[in-house]
Design a protein around this ligand. Sequence first.
Ligand SMILES: *Cc1c(COP(=O)(O)O)cnc(C)c1O
Length: 395
Amino acid sequence: MTVKAPTEPAFRLPLSVPLLAGNEWAYLKECLNTGWVSSVGPFVDRFEREIAAATGSPHAVAMMNGTAALHLALQLVGVGPGDEVLVPTLTFIAPVNAVRYCGAEPVFMDADPVTWQLDADKATRFLAKQGERRGEATINRRTGRRIAAILPVHLLGLACDMDRVLECAQRHRLPVVEDAAEAMGVRFRGRHVGTFGDVGVLSFNGNKVITSGGGGMLLTASGERAARARDLSTQAKDDGREYVHHAVGYNYRLTNLHAALGLAQLEQLGRFIERKRRTAQIYADALGDLEGVTLMPSPPHTEATFWLYTVLLRPGTTVEARRAALDRLDEQGIEARPLWHPIHSLPPYQGCQAVDITVAPDLHARAISLPSSVGISEADLERGASIIRRTLQSY
Ligand SMILES: *Cc1c(COP(=O)(O)O)cnc(C)c1O
């Protein structure tokens, strides 16, 4: 009797891993050669300038990660203890946690069934019904708390409908913090996401469109807010020599090493986006005619980058069936992932207000994100797409 050893499949398509094919080595070496390795240095300045240029944001402030940038972004628009912030329930958890870091409470909003992004119409209806204007503030009638901001998240390399979000925010005079962590390179009506609201945030985590190892960027048109972000992210010191601090600051600044990596990646952004779009096309061609499968949307006015190409299994698919499909794909070397668990039903946030949420759990049950790494060859993508096609046919 022979015992079959468990074998790794030879063919393996990773979900989203970095491609380090540019000046990464050269720039990192420059840091080591010059001794500029820590939280100030020429690459930090260059990275900020180049991100500002790439996004059209008047100011860009580098942070050690996107979550830290979100924390400061909320503070910059005045979110504080006891406030409420409107957030989507379908998102990576970081922006919701950032609300809690400020001592504020999230109010969960549903996803749009077509675009999968924050449903701004439901948010508008909620505010019309439950928001009460008192002086400069919008108060939640039911809780008595101030609704202090709205935090749209541009998911998966698509864009929220910023026309609707801004209209809703302006009507209720809410500041907007945009989470564009997954949306480097995405434009809505020709304008880079993260530059519509009061403050925007990018992430350069290892699985994002470009990576600095770890890192984030705070975008703002306000010079005053940018200065405050710099100040708060470097311990809020009045006087560096005498250790005089004027507020509770943070150590949130990006290091020169990380910025060096990020800059080298940014130089390749155009190519990466081309690869993401080509990947989307290959998957759409391979899966478009599969009965029951819904392709990733291409929302109007949006130049998408398809950070993670995602499809929906047929309506009525259960979480268990979707899990089984992921297992089947994994056995064949396809690293696919579900969307995030709706956050209003996770332990830290159970009991928070969740407004008319019907779409997000359905998307969570049915969605599968497919391998979208920019370094996958066209031949491997085609091969992967046909494996995915065969597998999904039975779900
Ligand atoms: C990755 C991500 C973040 C957090 O960014 P980090 O740099 O990992 O802290 C925030 N929001 C969304 C939607 C993300 O996908």
